[in-house]
Design a protein around this ligand. Structure first.
Ligand SMILES: Nc1ncnc2c1ncn2[C@@H]1O[C@H](COP(=O)(O)OP(=O)(O)O)[C@@H](O)[C@H]1O
Ligand SMILES: [Mg+2]
Length: 335
């Protein structure tokens, strides 16, 4: 059995339907109508020890709902979840000892206490030995720069500081699995980088398995070899980052510096997507033309001083996948 096993997992929310008007309100007292919202639908995957997996999708795709079922906060409507052999919602306490979890939107720390006191409380809650506590605090404080705000109440921390404190708190009890739900949401570039470096370090040094949700593709490029893409509660892709680029990244961009500007440059089979004087960005489909063919065509019109090829950004590939919907699923043998 893999470290994490998810089989045909589904979650439906039942939402009480609001009835209009006074009679509606009265009727609701006796008879409530519910509508069901399918948040996660027939999701399956397995994750091995030591992996860092990105769980990706647009808002409302079902990311948080999945993570909540993995941590035991939510009970699945159907299907199975096993985390190191445990069924999270049935053995929530036991599961809590082997996992760490950070929810970007909500802190697990005590709002009114100086930050350091939250750590000390967690030490008690998890029966963490003095030695382990010291060792972890030293390591985390150094990489995450926690000292600077130990005495500040959590409510006064900046978002970046709060996230750093939260991720450190989630690892105090030495869990082997870490769930991060939008760990970089709202952070500036520097703070994001700090979080990513820390996550990477914990995976490398301690072999912690990491599952993180995000809609920031640069998180994935930095951290994850594998990603699971979901849309409307369904898995639409599960595989490597490079595979997705090969499968779906059909466009390339040729950047050329011309010796002299050619404002009227038109190349058959390529689209001029940007220009800055004599520098032109030409996008073409690599299944229709090779880069050499496009270069050849350009050089027939103008003298090329310099050139380079750009791969499409993973963002734009994924946007395209979502737009084209499930058609692409068929093109991917691993799903
Ligand atoms: N407690 C809830 N009650 C009803 N619907 C919910 C609840 N939580 C989430 N949803 C709905 O379930 C879907 C998936 O939500 P969520 O898992 O939070 O998505 P994500 O984290 O990918 O943004 C959304 O349509 C959301 O509106
Ligand atoms: Mg969410």
């Amino acid at each position: 059995m893999s470290l994490i096993e998810v089989r045909n997992l589904s979650k439906e929310y039942f939402i009480a339907k609001r009835q209009e008007g006074m009679w509606g309100a009265v009727r609701s007292l006796f008879h409530r109508e519910y509508i069901t919202k399918s948040a996660v639908h027939d999701v399956s995957f397995s994750i091995e020890a030591g992996e860092v997996v990105g769980y990706i999708g647009p808002n409302g795709a079902g990311k948080s709902t999945t993570i909540k079922m993995l941590t035991g906060i939510l009970v699945p409507t159907s299907g199975e979840v096993h985390v190191r052999g445990l069924i999270p919602y049935k053995e929530r306490q036991k599961n809590a000892r082997q996992i760490g979890a950070v929810f970007g939107q909500r802190s697990q720390l005590w709002w009114d206490l100086p930050t350091i006191e939250s750590f000390e409380l967690l030490k008690q809650v998890y029966y963490i030995s003095e030695e382990q506590y010291r060792k972890n605090m030293d390591t985390f404080a150094e990489i995450l720069g926690l000292h600077e705000f130990y005495q500040t109440p959590v409510r006064q921390l900046s978002l970046g500081q709060r996230m750093r404190a939260d991720i450190a708190a989630s690892l105090l009890h030495n869990p082997s699995i870490l769930f991060l739900d939008e760990p970089t949401i709202g952070l500036d570039v520097v703070a994001k980088e700090r979080m990513r470096t820390f996550i990477q370090e914990m995976n490398k040094e301690r072999g912690i398995t990491v599952i993180l949700t995000t809609h920031d593709m640069s998180d994935i490029e930095k951290l994850c070899k594998r990603m699971i893409l979901i849309d409307q509660g369904r898995v639409m892709y599960d595989g490597g980052l490079s595979t997705i680029k090969d499968h779906f990244g059909k466009t390339r961009i040729l950047v050329v510096d011309l010796e002299q500007d050619r404002p009227d440059l038109r190349i058959e089979g390529a689209e001029l997507i940007r220009e800055e004087g004599p520098r032109k960005w030409l996008r073409f489909n690599r299944e229709e033309f090779t880069a050499a063919q496009i270069i050849q065509k350009v050089s027939e019109r103008a003298e090329i001083m310099d050139l380079s090829l750009e791969e499409p950004e993973i963002d734009s590939i994924i946007r395209q996948m979502y737009q084209e919907g499930y058609e692409n699923k068929k093109a991917n043998p691993s799903v």
